[in-house]
Design a protein around this ligand. Structure first.
Ligand code: TXA
Ligand code: MG
Length: 337
Protein backbone atom coordinates (compact mmCIF):
# COMPACT_ATOMS: atom_id res chain seq x y z
CA UNK A 1 0.00 0.00 0.00
CA UNK A 2 1.13 3.54 -0.71
CA UNK A 3 1.58 6.10 2.09
CA UNK A 4 -1.10 8.80 2.02
CA UNK A 5 0.18 12.32 2.87
CA UNK A 6 -2.03 15.14 4.04
CA UNK A 7 -0.11 18.07 2.58
CA UNK A 8 1.59 19.69 5.59
CA UNK A 9 4.68 21.79 4.83
CA UNK A 10 6.85 18.85 5.96
CA UNK A 11 4.93 16.47 3.65
CA UNK A 12 5.39 18.81 0.70
CA UNK A 13 9.16 19.09 1.33
CA UNK A 14 9.43 15.32 1.61
CA UNK A 15 7.44 14.70 -1.60
CA UNK A 16 9.35 17.41 -3.49
CA UNK A 17 12.58 15.56 -2.58
CA UNK A 18 11.18 12.30 -3.91
CA UNK A 19 10.27 14.02 -7.19
CA UNK A 20 13.69 15.70 -7.46
CA UNK A 21 15.38 12.34 -7.05
CA UNK A 22 13.33 10.72 -9.84
CA UNK A 23 10.51 9.10 -7.84
CA UNK A 24 6.74 9.03 -8.44
CA UNK A 25 4.05 10.81 -6.40
CA UNK A 26 0.30 10.64 -7.01
CA UNK A 27 -1.05 14.17 -6.82
CA UNK A 28 -4.44 15.85 -6.55
CA UNK A 29 -5.56 18.22 -9.28
CA UNK A 30 -8.93 19.93 -9.71
CA UNK A 31 -9.77 17.51 -12.58
CA UNK A 32 -8.58 14.04 -11.56
CA UNK A 33 -5.61 12.69 -9.58
CA UNK A 34 -2.37 12.46 -11.55
CA UNK A 35 0.73 10.26 -11.27
CA UNK A 36 3.59 12.75 -11.28
CA UNK A 37 7.31 12.62 -12.05
CA UNK A 38 10.03 15.17 -12.88
CA UNK A 39 9.12 16.01 -16.49
CA UNK A 40 12.69 16.67 -17.63
CA UNK A 41 14.01 13.36 -16.21
CA UNK A 42 13.42 10.67 -18.85
CA UNK A 43 14.07 7.80 -16.44
CA UNK A 44 11.56 9.17 -13.90
CA UNK A 45 8.96 9.50 -16.67
CA UNK A 46 9.63 5.93 -17.81
CA UNK A 47 8.50 4.81 -14.35
CA UNK A 48 5.11 6.46 -14.92
CA UNK A 49 4.52 4.33 -18.02
CA UNK A 50 5.61 1.23 -16.12
CA UNK A 51 3.39 1.87 -13.06
CA UNK A 52 0.30 2.58 -15.17
CA UNK A 53 0.88 -0.11 -17.78
CA UNK A 54 0.62 2.72 -20.29
CA UNK A 55 1.81 2.22 -23.87
CA UNK A 56 4.80 4.33 -24.89
CA UNK A 57 2.88 5.93 -27.78
CA UNK A 58 0.55 7.78 -25.36
CA UNK A 59 2.25 11.08 -24.41
CA UNK A 60 2.05 12.83 -21.01
CA UNK A 61 0.78 16.25 -19.96
CA UNK A 62 3.42 18.54 -18.39
CA UNK A 63 2.11 20.50 -15.37
CA UNK A 64 3.82 23.76 -14.47
CA UNK A 65 3.42 26.39 -11.76
CA UNK A 66 2.99 29.43 -14.00
CA UNK A 67 2.86 30.84 -17.50
CA UNK A 68 6.55 31.72 -17.15
CA UNK A 69 7.36 28.09 -16.36
CA UNK A 70 5.22 27.02 -19.35
CA UNK A 71 7.44 29.17 -21.62
CA UNK A 72 10.41 27.02 -20.66
CA UNK A 73 8.81 23.84 -22.09
CA UNK A 74 6.61 25.14 -24.96
CA UNK A 75 6.58 27.87 -27.63
CA UNK A 76 3.49 30.07 -27.36
CA UNK A 77 1.64 31.97 -30.08
CA UNK A 78 -0.96 34.71 -29.57
CA UNK A 79 -3.94 32.33 -29.36
CA UNK A 80 -2.19 30.17 -26.78
CA UNK A 81 -1.28 33.25 -24.76
CA UNK A 82 -4.92 34.38 -24.79
CA UNK A 83 -6.15 31.00 -23.57
CA UNK A 84 -3.48 30.73 -20.87
CA UNK A 85 -4.29 34.21 -19.62
CA UNK A 86 -7.99 33.45 -19.46
CA UNK A 87 -8.11 29.84 -18.20
CA UNK A 88 -4.93 29.18 -16.17
CA UNK A 89 -4.70 28.04 -13.50
CA UNK A 90 -7.42 25.60 -14.54
CA UNK A 91 -8.56 22.55 -16.50
CA UNK A 92 -7.18 23.49 -19.91
CA UNK A 93 -4.24 21.75 -21.64
CA UNK A 94 -2.53 23.41 -24.63
CA UNK A 95 -0.75 21.45 -27.36
CA UNK A 96 2.18 23.55 -28.58
CA UNK A 97 5.62 23.10 -30.18
CA UNK A 98 7.95 21.67 -27.52
CA UNK A 99 11.26 23.07 -26.35
CA UNK A 100 14.36 20.89 -26.60
CA UNK A 101 14.57 20.26 -22.84
CA UNK A 102 11.43 18.07 -22.91
CA UNK A 103 12.50 14.43 -23.30
CA UNK A 104 11.07 12.31 -26.12
CA UNK A 105 9.47 9.86 -23.70
CA UNK A 106 7.15 12.62 -22.43
CA UNK A 107 5.86 13.50 -25.90
CA UNK A 108 6.12 9.99 -27.40
CA UNK A 109 8.61 11.39 -29.86
CA UNK A 110 6.34 14.20 -31.06
CA UNK A 111 7.49 17.73 -31.82
CA UNK A 112 4.65 18.99 -29.58
CA UNK A 113 4.07 19.06 -25.83
CA UNK A 114 0.85 19.15 -23.79
CA UNK A 115 1.09 21.76 -21.02
CA UNK A 116 -1.17 23.06 -18.27
CA UNK A 117 -1.13 25.09 -15.03
CA UNK A 118 -3.40 23.23 -12.59
CA UNK A 119 -5.55 25.04 -10.03
CA UNK A 120 -5.54 22.66 -7.06
CA UNK A 121 -3.82 24.45 -4.15
CA UNK A 122 -1.81 21.39 -2.97
CA UNK A 123 -0.65 20.59 -6.49
CA UNK A 124 0.39 24.21 -6.92
CA UNK A 125 2.24 24.08 -3.61
CA UNK A 126 4.09 20.94 -4.72
CA UNK A 127 4.99 22.48 -8.11
CA UNK A 128 6.37 25.47 -6.25
CA UNK A 129 8.22 23.61 -3.51
CA UNK A 130 9.81 21.17 -5.99
CA UNK A 131 10.56 23.87 -8.57
CA UNK A 132 9.98 21.22 -11.25
CA UNK A 133 7.69 20.80 -14.24
CA UNK A 134 5.74 17.61 -13.47
CA UNK A 135 4.63 15.12 -16.11
CA UNK A 136 1.42 13.47 -14.94
CA UNK A 137 -1.21 11.30 -16.59
CA UNK A 138 -4.33 10.33 -14.67
CA UNK A 139 -3.36 8.07 -11.73
CA UNK A 140 -5.24 4.96 -12.81
CA UNK A 141 -4.14 1.68 -14.37
CA UNK A 142 -4.26 2.27 -18.15
CA UNK A 143 -7.82 2.07 -19.51
CA UNK A 144 -9.71 2.05 -16.17
CA UNK A 145 -11.89 4.82 -14.70
CA UNK A 146 -9.88 7.93 -13.70
CA UNK A 147 -9.45 8.56 -9.93
CA UNK A 148 -11.12 11.50 -8.21
CA UNK A 149 -10.09 10.65 -4.62
CA UNK A 150 -6.90 9.45 -2.93
CA UNK A 151 -8.74 6.21 -2.08
CA UNK A 152 -9.35 5.59 -5.82
CA UNK A 153 -5.61 5.96 -6.45
CA UNK A 154 -4.80 3.63 -3.57
CA UNK A 155 -7.24 1.02 -4.91
CA UNK A 156 -5.80 1.12 -8.45
CA UNK A 157 -2.08 1.77 -8.02
CA UNK A 158 -1.40 1.38 -4.27
CA UNK A 159 0.73 -1.73 -4.80
CA UNK A 160 2.83 -0.05 -7.51
CA UNK A 161 3.62 3.38 -6.07
CA UNK A 162 4.94 4.65 -2.73
CA UNK A 163 3.23 7.99 -2.14
CA UNK A 164 -0.13 9.70 -2.59
CA UNK A 165 -0.77 13.35 -1.74
CA UNK A 166 -4.40 13.58 -0.54
CA UNK A 167 -6.11 16.79 -1.66
CA UNK A 168 -9.68 15.63 -1.09
CA UNK A 169 -12.23 14.87 -3.82
CA UNK A 170 -11.56 16.60 -7.17
CA UNK A 171 -13.82 19.59 -7.71
CA UNK A 172 -14.15 19.31 -11.52
CA UNK A 173 -14.18 15.50 -11.75
CA UNK A 174 -13.38 15.05 -15.47
CA UNK A 175 -10.02 15.64 -17.14
CA UNK A 176 -8.83 18.89 -18.67
CA UNK A 177 -9.96 20.05 -22.09
CA UNK A 178 -7.10 19.49 -24.55
CA UNK A 179 -6.80 22.00 -27.40
CA UNK A 180 -4.26 22.02 -30.20
CA UNK A 181 -3.55 25.73 -30.79
CA UNK A 182 -0.49 25.44 -32.98
CA UNK A 183 -2.50 26.91 -35.85
CA UNK A 184 -4.08 30.00 -34.28
CA UNK A 185 -6.51 30.25 -37.21
CA UNK A 186 -7.84 26.70 -36.68
CA UNK A 187 -7.80 25.66 -33.01
CA UNK A 188 -8.94 22.04 -32.53
CA UNK A 189 -10.22 20.47 -29.33
CA UNK A 190 -8.76 16.96 -29.06
CA UNK A 191 -10.55 16.07 -25.83
CA UNK A 192 -13.57 17.87 -24.31
CA UNK A 193 -13.09 18.41 -20.58
CA UNK A 194 -13.32 20.83 -17.68
CA UNK A 195 -13.34 24.03 -19.77
CA UNK A 196 -16.44 24.26 -21.98
CA UNK A 197 -15.81 24.56 -25.72
CA UNK A 198 -18.24 27.49 -25.83
CA UNK A 199 -15.95 29.36 -23.40
CA UNK A 200 -12.87 28.66 -25.58
CA UNK A 201 -14.62 29.97 -28.68
CA UNK A 202 -15.69 33.05 -26.79
CA UNK A 203 -12.18 33.75 -25.51
CA UNK A 204 -10.64 33.28 -28.97
CA UNK A 205 -13.39 35.17 -30.79
CA UNK A 206 -13.68 32.39 -33.35
CA UNK A 207 -15.37 28.99 -33.70
CA UNK A 208 -13.41 26.07 -32.24
CA UNK A 209 -13.47 22.75 -34.06
CA UNK A 210 -13.88 19.55 -32.04
CA UNK A 211 -11.83 16.70 -33.43
CA UNK A 212 -14.25 13.90 -34.32
CA UNK A 213 -12.87 10.41 -33.82
CA UNK A 214 -13.32 8.09 -36.77
CA UNK A 215 -16.64 6.25 -36.39
CA UNK A 216 -15.33 2.68 -36.69
CA UNK A 217 -11.96 0.96 -36.73
CA UNK A 218 -10.62 1.15 -40.27
CA UNK A 219 -6.91 1.11 -40.88
CA UNK A 220 -6.46 4.49 -42.56
CA UNK A 221 -8.70 6.41 -40.22
CA UNK A 222 -7.28 4.83 -37.09
CA UNK A 223 -3.82 5.82 -38.17
CA UNK A 224 -4.96 9.35 -38.93
CA UNK A 225 -6.47 9.70 -35.49
CA UNK A 226 -3.51 8.13 -33.72
CA UNK A 227 -1.35 10.69 -35.47
CA UNK A 228 -3.39 13.61 -34.13
CA UNK A 229 -4.29 12.44 -30.63
CA UNK A 230 -2.36 9.32 -29.76
CA UNK A 231 -3.96 8.64 -26.41
CA UNK A 232 -7.51 9.05 -27.56
CA UNK A 233 -8.20 5.37 -27.63
CA UNK A 234 -11.76 4.43 -28.30
CA UNK A 235 -11.94 2.24 -25.20
CA UNK A 236 -10.95 4.12 -22.07
CA UNK A 237 -12.37 5.03 -18.67
CA UNK A 238 -14.00 1.60 -18.63
CA UNK A 239 -15.62 -0.18 -15.70
CA UNK A 240 -15.40 -3.98 -15.74
CA UNK A 241 -19.19 -4.20 -15.77
CA UNK A 242 -20.48 -3.76 -19.34
CA UNK A 243 -21.67 -0.19 -19.82
CA UNK A 244 -24.21 0.95 -22.39
CA UNK A 245 -24.65 4.58 -23.38
CA UNK A 246 -28.19 5.18 -24.63
CA UNK A 247 -28.77 7.18 -27.79
CA UNK A 248 -31.53 9.19 -26.08
CA UNK A 249 -32.63 9.99 -22.52
CA UNK A 250 -34.86 7.55 -20.60
CA UNK A 251 -38.59 8.22 -20.75
CA UNK A 252 -40.78 8.12 -17.62
CA UNK A 253 -42.28 4.86 -18.96
CA UNK A 254 -38.78 3.30 -19.35
CA UNK A 255 -37.97 4.13 -15.75
CA UNK A 256 -41.22 2.67 -14.38
CA UNK A 257 -40.46 -0.69 -16.03
CA UNK A 258 -38.30 -2.92 -13.78
CA UNK A 259 -35.00 -4.12 -15.32
CA UNK A 260 -33.54 -6.86 -13.10
CA UNK A 261 -29.74 -7.02 -12.91
CA UNK A 262 -29.40 -3.64 -14.63
CA UNK A 263 -28.64 -0.32 -12.97
CA UNK A 264 -29.89 2.71 -14.87
CA UNK A 265 -28.28 6.11 -14.50
CA UNK A 266 -30.17 9.30 -15.34
CA UNK A 267 -28.58 12.69 -15.77
CA UNK A 268 -30.95 14.38 -13.31
CA UNK A 269 -33.40 13.13 -10.68
CA UNK A 270 -36.37 11.44 -12.41
CA UNK A 271 -39.52 13.56 -12.13
CA UNK A 272 -41.82 10.57 -11.67
CA UNK A 273 -41.75 7.35 -9.63
CA UNK A 274 -39.08 4.95 -10.92
CA UNK A 275 -38.41 1.18 -10.59
CA UNK A 276 -35.55 0.06 -8.24
CA UNK A 277 -31.90 0.58 -9.23
CA UNK A 278 -32.35 3.92 -10.95
CA UNK A 279 -29.63 6.46 -10.03
CA UNK A 280 -28.85 9.98 -11.15
CA UNK A 281 -25.73 12.15 -11.56
CA UNK A 282 -27.12 15.50 -10.38
CA UNK A 283 -30.42 16.06 -8.57
CA UNK A 284 -30.97 19.38 -10.30
CA UNK A 285 -29.46 18.39 -13.65
CA UNK A 286 -26.39 20.62 -13.24
CA UNK A 287 -23.60 19.52 -15.61
CA UNK A 288 -20.76 20.62 -13.30
CA UNK A 289 -22.25 18.61 -10.43
CA UNK A 290 -22.81 15.63 -12.75
CA UNK A 291 -19.17 15.76 -13.94
CA UNK A 292 -17.95 15.85 -10.34
CA UNK A 293 -20.02 12.76 -9.47
CA UNK A 294 -19.43 10.72 -12.65
CA UNK A 295 -16.26 8.68 -12.04
CA UNK A 296 -16.98 7.92 -8.37
CA UNK A 297 -20.48 6.71 -9.27
CA UNK A 298 -19.14 4.46 -12.06
CA UNK A 299 -16.64 2.96 -9.62
CA UNK A 300 -19.35 2.33 -7.00
CA UNK A 301 -21.63 0.72 -9.55
CA UNK A 302 -18.75 -1.36 -10.94
CA UNK A 303 -18.34 -2.92 -7.50
CA UNK A 304 -22.05 -3.47 -6.85
CA UNK A 305 -22.59 -6.70 -8.78
CA UNK A 306 -24.85 -5.50 -11.59
CA UNK A 307 -24.83 -7.30 -14.95
CA UNK A 308 -24.91 -4.06 -16.85
CA UNK A 309 -24.88 -0.30 -16.38
CA UNK A 310 -27.16 1.64 -18.74
CA UNK A 311 -26.72 5.40 -18.75
CA UNK A 312 -28.41 8.21 -20.64
CA UNK A 313 -26.44 10.95 -22.40
CA UNK A 314 -26.01 14.38 -20.80
CA UNK A 315 -27.47 17.39 -22.65
CA UNK A 316 -24.70 18.04 -25.22
CA UNK A 317 -23.49 21.50 -24.19
CA UNK A 318 -20.85 22.75 -21.74
CA UNK A 319 -19.48 19.99 -19.49
CA UNK A 320 -22.14 17.67 -20.91
CA UNK A 321 -19.85 17.16 -23.93
CA UNK A 322 -17.02 15.95 -21.67
CA UNK A 323 -19.40 13.62 -19.81
CA UNK A 324 -20.70 12.12 -23.06
CA UNK A 325 -17.16 11.70 -24.42
CA UNK A 326 -16.12 9.70 -21.32
CA UNK A 327 -19.30 7.61 -21.44
CA UNK A 328 -18.86 6.86 -25.12
CA UNK A 329 -15.32 5.64 -24.48
CA UNK A 330 -16.32 3.72 -21.35
CA UNK A 331 -18.96 1.94 -23.45
CA UNK A 332 -16.67 1.09 -26.39
CA UNK A 333 -16.13 -2.64 -26.73
CA UNK A 334 -12.53 -2.80 -27.79
CA UNK A 335 -9.35 -0.80 -28.10
CA UNK A 336 -8.76 0.67 -31.52
CA UNK A 337 -4.98 0.50 -31.50
O1 TXA B 1 -6.95 16.79 -16.31
C1 TXA B 1 -6.03 16.20 -16.85
O2 TXA B 1 -5.65 16.47 -18.01
C2 TXA B 1 -5.34 15.10 -16.05
C3 TXA B 1 -4.68 15.72 -14.83
C4 TXA B 1 -3.84 14.75 -14.06
O3 TXA B 1 -3.94 16.85 -15.24
N1 TXA B 1 -4.39 14.38 -16.85
C5 TXA B 1 -4.76 13.53 -17.84
O4 TXA B 1 -3.69 12.88 -18.44
O5 TXA B 1 -5.91 13.32 -18.16
P1 TXA B 1 -3.85 11.62 -19.38
O6 TXA B 1 -2.48 11.18 -19.64
O7 TXA B 1 -4.77 10.63 -18.76
O8 TXA B 1 -4.45 12.18 -20.70
C6 TXA B 1 -3.69 13.11 -21.44
C7 TXA B 1 -3.86 12.93 -22.92
C8 TXA B 1 -3.16 11.71 -23.47
O9 TXA B 1 -4.01 10.61 -23.60
C9 TXA B 1 -2.66 12.16 -24.83
O10 TXA B 1 -3.43 11.67 -25.87
C10 TXA B 1 -2.83 13.67 -24.82
O11 TXA B 1 -3.17 14.03 -23.52
N2 TXA B 1 -1.56 14.27 -25.18
C11 TXA B 1 -0.47 14.45 -24.42
N3 TXA B 1 0.52 15.02 -25.13
C12 TXA B 1 0.04 15.20 -26.38
C13 TXA B 1 0.58 15.73 -27.58
N4 TXA B 1 1.83 16.20 -27.64
N5 TXA B 1 -0.21 15.75 -28.68
C14 TXA B 1 -1.48 15.28 -28.63
N6 TXA B 1 -2.05 14.75 -27.52
C15 TXA B 1 -1.30 14.72 -26.41
MG1 MG C 1 -6.14 9.19 -18.49
Amino acid sequence: MATIHSGSAADLDFLADILRSGGLVAVPTETVYGLAAHALDAEACRRIFEAKGRPAYDPLIVHVASRVAADSVATFNAAAATLAERFWPGPLTLILPKKACVPDIVTSGRPTVAVRVPAHPLMRALLESSGLPLAAPSANPFGYISPTTAAHVQAGLGDRIGHILDGGPCTIGVESTIIDVRDATDPVVLRPGGVAIEALAEALGRPVRVHQPAPKPGAGLVEAEAELAPGMLERHYSPRTPLELRAAPFTAADLRTPAPGIVRVCFSRPAAEAAPDVRFLSASGDAAEAARALFALLRDLDGAGFERIVIEPAPPTGLGLAINDRLRRAAAKSART
